[in-house]
Design a protein around this ligand. Sequence first.
Ligand SMILES: [Zn+2]
Length: 280
Amino acid sequence: MSLASIETNAAVMRQLRDSVGKDRISHAYLFAGPPEIRGRVGLEFAKAILCETSRDDACDVCTICKKVEHGNHEDVLDVQKSGNTIRKDEILNIIDRLSFKPYGGRSVVIVDDADTMTIAAQNKLLKTLEEPPGRSVILLLAERKDALLPTVLSRCVQFQLRDDPHLDADTAAIGRQLVDPRQKGQPFYLRAEAIAPHISDRDLCLEVLDAAQDDLRKQLFEAVDRAQYAHVPLIRTAVARIEQARRSLQAGYNVGYTMKHLCLLIDKRETTEETVWRRL
Ligand SMILES: [Zn+2]
């Protein structure tokens, strides 16, 4: 396989290939998501980083790609949990291994179940995450991000992965639908219906909001281009309401309630109260 042949998480795959192609690979990544997809992405990314045949992906036929695939490449260190956790000793082992020069251009460390690292293990890893020796790359794979220390998270380029291609493709479309000007005046439940299957997933709703906001930005430029200035305050109000919904989601408010509330208000004019607040 290769990054390009992974059918889900297309935007993430594009971004990873882009960073390999431009040789702008960071030294630490976190891939959060279900076991199969995070394992696959970790492995394909390691291949893409080390493969010398393909420019921005794994060629999947060279010796390097084959060795990584079969788990016997000298420069790839695979760390698994022992029992229920990954202990400090394992991390010391990684640090020790990374102190040796790689056979090829770089070493790649893949830590699966990184969210089972003990606090001591995570603390031990901090310095290496920040400045891994040489051009080494550390890939943390985890079910959930929130079991990791903020200091670990902040040192990684983070990606949330999904194993359902439908959810993956939908966020941009749902976001556009949410703010589609042709829907103006439609009963709110039609918008709410589009979002309904996804309101159990906070991260996904945050992506929908990103997509909606991107679309509003385009609408704003178009309105100004066409001198449709009357539309501008409505678009600004919609942006403000999306921002409000984002803050609510980030603050841990109920996802379903927040998104339905947004659907209800998104194309309503600013209330007098809001206008007053904005002027204050
Ligand atoms: Zn290859």
